[in-house]
Design a protein around this ligand. Structure first.
Ligand code: NAD
Ligand code: IPM
Ligand code: MN
Length: 353
């Protein structure tokens, strides 16, 4: 029987609450299937760990994670530890050091999920974001000069390498070809005269290998407007790290809310483990009450199954989420229900066969 070793980093706030349910679902899937199993190892890294140890994870944290087949992550960040420390030293470090350069974020409105847009059918909101996930605006390059003086200057550099742009754009073209969807590149060449002009050029260059893929180019401001006014125009979308971050929270808002939005941080070459997570944060406003929606984390678990080649199970999970939304049973308060996180997760588990 194939055994997968999974590192679980529940993290902070609602992270541990929702992660338990994702693990429950994966355990159930392996039980039902019988041909593969999971061995989960949980690491208590995060803000509490930081307050006790002065670091977000052990010095050899990356070395510890390296030999796992995948990582499941809940959420990182909590009041009491500056966000730029907690996130850069754990979540962003893993994405970067494991070269998880593709952040795959479906923006898909399931039947029964709430949508704030007028005259929109579920089929109209069905996009897949391919967010660059290793460099760009998140490179961490910059300087803070003459702090606390009248001459104070801060510089935050965007780093767009040819290799970094080409590989993520190529991934998006391949995905669009495979899914028979259009591909939209979102950039901002009218203002960012180096990085985004370069991005647009690479998008065109790589596109020469994909004459069969229908492409569009949008400026990020217009793209955000069209996501609200005409979401049906989008299929696969490829964009930079920061633009992808912002647009996928907008995507979550039009596709059922943060409680339903998942993302896979992929190292497509499989040299390093990939990481699967809900895209929401630690939600300090509801943490500890057992009411967080676990469906985003469960969706991320379905992405993990897809990545390991069990797409049939991945789809069964999405179908089960949809069924719960349509039947309006065992939903958490963000979806208008009264169920706890655990009741929601257990109900989903019971729908799987
Ligand atoms: P957030 O996503 O934690 O919360 C935004 C809003 O969405 C809150 O009202 C919250 O209650 C709600 N929400 C989020 N997830 C939910 C769920 N599963 N069920 C029901 N409601 C849910 O964003 P924030 O408040 O901006 O950030 C809080 C902390 O999380 C910060 O420290 C931030 O840096 C961090 N953060 C971490 C990640 C991550 O680990 N991937 C992502 C985003 C933010
Ligand atoms: C996300 C989060 C992270 C990001 C933060 C917490 C650093 O918002 O995964 O979308 O910006 O990538
Ligand atoms: Mn985000």
């Amino acid at each position: 029987m194939k055994q997968y070793k999974i590192a679980v980093i529940p993290g902070d706030g609602i992270g541990p609450e929702v992660m338990r349910e994702a693990v429950r679902v994966l355990e159930r899937v392996s039980e039902l299937d019988g041909s593969f199993g999971f061995e989960f190892t949980t690491y208590p890294w995060g803000c509490k760990y930081y307050l006790e140890n002065g670091k977000m994870m052990p010095d050899d944290g990356i070395g510890i994670l390296k030999d796992y087949d995948a990582i499941l992550l809940g959420a990182v960040g909590y009041p009491g530890v500056p966000d730029h420390i907690s996130l850069r030293d754990l979540l962003l470090k893993i994405r970067h050091d494991f070269d998880e350069y593709v952040n795959l974020r479906p923006v898909k409105l399931l039947k029964g999920a709430p949508c704030p847009l007028k005259d929109v059918e579920p089929a109209d909101v069905d996009m897949i974001f391919v967010r660059e996930n290793s460099e760009g605006e998140y490179s961490g390059s910059g300087a803070w000069l003459y702090p606390d003086s009248p001459q104070e200057v801060v510089i935050q550099n965007g780093v767009f390498s040819r290799k970094g742009c080409e590989r993520v754009i190529r991934y998006a073209y391949e995905l669009a070809r495979k899914e028979k969807k259009s591909l939209t590149s979102v950039s901002k060449g009218n203002a960012l005269n180096y990085s985004m002009v370069f991005w647009d050029r690479v998008f065109e260059e790589v596109g020469r290998d994909y004459p069969d893929v229908k492409t569009y180019k949008l400026l990020v401001d217009a793209a955000s407007m069209f996501m609200v006014k005409d979401p049906a125009r989008f299929g696969v979308v490829v964009t930079s790290n920061l633009f992808g971050d912002i647009l996928t929270d907008l995507g979550a808002a039009i596709a059922g809310g943060m409680g339903l939005a998942a993302g896979a941080n992929l190292n497509p070459e499989r040299t390093y483990p990939s990481m699967f997570e809900p895209i929401h944060g630690s939600a300090p406003d509801i943490a500890g009450r057992g009411i967080a929606n676990p469906l985003a984390s469960i969706w991320a678990a379905s992405q993990l199954l897809d990545f390991f080649g069990y797409e049939d199970w991945g789809k069964k999970i999405i179908d089960a989420i949809e069924r719960m939304l349509v039947e309006r049973r065992n939903l958490t308060p963000d979806q208008g229900g009264t169920a706890t996180t655990e009741e929601c997760g257990k109900a989903l588990t019971e729908l799987l066969q």
